[in-house]
Ligand binder design. Structure first.
Ligand SMILES: [Zn+2]
Length: 111
């Protein structure tokens, strides 16, 4: 057997591309105008609910970011840390990475 090193439990250090940061920044600008507040994260049976344009675009952007994520899985999501319902640690970790990448880019373009 060839010894091929496959790191197990490798820390999730992902290269966040500029494109991903662009999409993430765009997500932050969207406003939800749904009649029932869903904070862009639809509750159960969200597919039965009509989403406002802000939510539709939000979900589309979220999907595109996930698609760009190296090694992405289709069921992944991005969850804002302040949202305590439906919170999944990995989804929140992804959000935080994007947030950090976005903040770092803003800091570097400011100087
Ligand atoms: Zn909405």
């Amino acid at each position: 057997m060839p010894t091929k090193r496959v790191p197990i439990n490798r820390p999730a250090k992902v290269q966040i591309s500029d494109e991903m940061v662009d999409l993430f920044d765009r997500m932050q600008t969207l406003e939800c105008t749904c009649e029932e507040v869903n904070q862009h994260i639809p509750e159960a049976e969200y597919w039965k609910r009509r989403l406002c344009p802000g939510c539709e675009e939000y979900l589309d952007l979220e999907f595109r970011i996930i698609e760009l994520w190296p090694g992405c899985r289709p069921w992944w999501r991005l969850s804002p840390p302040d949202l305590d319902r439906r919170t999944n640690k990995e989804n929140v970790a992804r959000w935080r990475q994007l947030e950090a990448a976005s903040a770092a880019r803003k800091a570097s373009t400011r100087s």
